[in-house]
Design a protein around this ligand. Sequence first.
Ligand code: FFO
Ligand code: ATP
Length: 185
Amino acid sequence: MNDLTAVKAEARKAAFARRKAAHEAAPPGEAGHLAEVLAGYRGVPLSAYMAIRTEIDPLPVMAEAAAHGPVGVPVIQRKGLPLKFSRWEPGCALREGPFGAMIPETDDFFEPEILIVPLVAFDRQGGRLGYGGGFYDRTLELLRSKRATLAIGFAYAAQEVEELPLEPTDQPLDMVVTEREVISL
Ligand SMILES: Nc1nc2c(c(=O)[nH]1)N(C=O)[C@@H](CNc1ccc(C(=O)N[C@@H](CCC(=O)O)C(=O)O)cc1)CN2
Ligand SMILES: Nc1ncnc2c1ncn2[C@@H]1O[C@H](COP(=O)(O)OP(=O)(O)OP(=O)(O)O)[C@@H](O)[C@H]1O
């Protein structure tokens, strides 16, 4: 394990603990600011995620957006490959994907232009720490090579850190939305 990997692992561990505390204390309706931001992008192909563990839940916002345009959730193809996004609708049939995240029963892939990105920790420089699979970095690299793509981190305010270690392959967030505020980067 190199130094950076160790630093990231340490930051991940600390942020997990703060995310858990925030999740357990959170009242419902913490997606209000995300709804406000997305109201400005009606009909634009969007992806979010089916929350796992103690992630902040974007489901109410996904349901609202699905009334206006395509909404997808990430589907892992395999380790080391970008994610694909399969069309989701409120109440659609789901099955369990890798790592316990639910995915649509039927694959219907499309390319989102706005990605609501789950994360473990973020900073105010656009840095993001995930579970360590590098999935969103590879995915954003691919999508941004084709067209303008907006990456919006969605997290509890308690997941903020001063500065995350940065790797050359890390893809920056354009915005972070928490239960408290919208942070434009
Ligand atoms: N809700 C949700 N769905 C998602 C993601 C996500 O972050 N959140 N993903 C975003 O990519 C993908 C799943 N990626 C994941 C990658 C690794 C682990 C994981 O549990 N890893 C191990 C080892 C991590 C390590 O190297 O230390 C672990 O945490 O025990 C979980 C999810 C696709 N779907
Ligand atoms: N575009 C890429 N090409 C090759 N390797 C990559 C790419 N993006 C990330 N990686 C590698 O993947 C590994 C994990 O990356 P990182 O720790 O940034 O994941 P993460 O952002 O925490 O996870 P995730 O995006 O899955 O939530 C790192 O070793 C990184 O170098």
